[in-house]
Design a protein around this ligand. Structure first.
Ligand code: GTP
Ligand code: MG
Length: 150
């Protein structure tokens, strides 16, 4: 079982797509381990996207991610990092394949609706940045044996 951090970005909240996209993760067989809505501070946004600090789009990216509330989740399941990245599609909604979240709902490089950790190492760093340990729940789901072998 692996954990990954997913952010439903401000455009996702504003476009009222949170429920529809969260539903895709549930339907896939992944588990919601933590979920909350927050207003991202400049500090948190800058820490989260620290790897892009020198990029020309960084100031706009920080304005975007702090521009309205986000919903943030820890999603768990077998190979959750790679599974979620695959479901998201390429960064740009223009290039992302139909059937992926960005391919189906975005035509923008920046306003691409969701974030997903890009490696297990990034997931560990990001989960610790966004959640307190006690906010992340480990629980049984009825019928789990029908979803994946343990
Ligand atoms: P995240 O899951 O949000 O990290 O997206 P990603 O891993 O697919 O892309 P990356 O980490 O390279 O970029 C982080 C975010 O910056 C993207 O999701 C976009 O919102 C934004 N971004 C990336 N490249 C560009 C760009 O060329 N122009 C603009 N305006 N925004 C960009
Ligand atoms: Mg990224």
């Amino acid at each position: 079982m692996q954990r990954t951090l997913v952010i439903f970005k401000p455009d996702c909240v504003q476009r009222r797509l949170v429920g529809q996209i969260l539903q895709r993760f549930e339907a896939k067989g992944l588990r919601i381990a933590a979920l909350k809505m927050i207003q991202v501070s400049k500090e948190l946004g800058e820490q989260h996207y620290a790897e892009h600090k020198e990029r020309p789009f960084f100031p706009g990216l920080i304005r975007f991610i702090t521009g309205g509330p986000v919903v943030v989740a820890v999603i768990a399941g077998p190979e959750a990092v790679a599974v979620v990245r695959g479901m998201m599609g390429k960064t740009s909604g223009i290039e992302a394949a139909p059937g992926t979240i960005r391919g189906d709902f975005s035509v923008s490089k920046q306003n691409n609706l969701i974030h997903g950790s890009d490696s297990p190492e990034s997931a560990a760093r990001e989960i610790a940045l966004w959640f307190q340990p006690e906010e992340i729940l480990d629980y049984d789901l009825a019928g789990q044996d029908w979803v994946a072998e343990s």
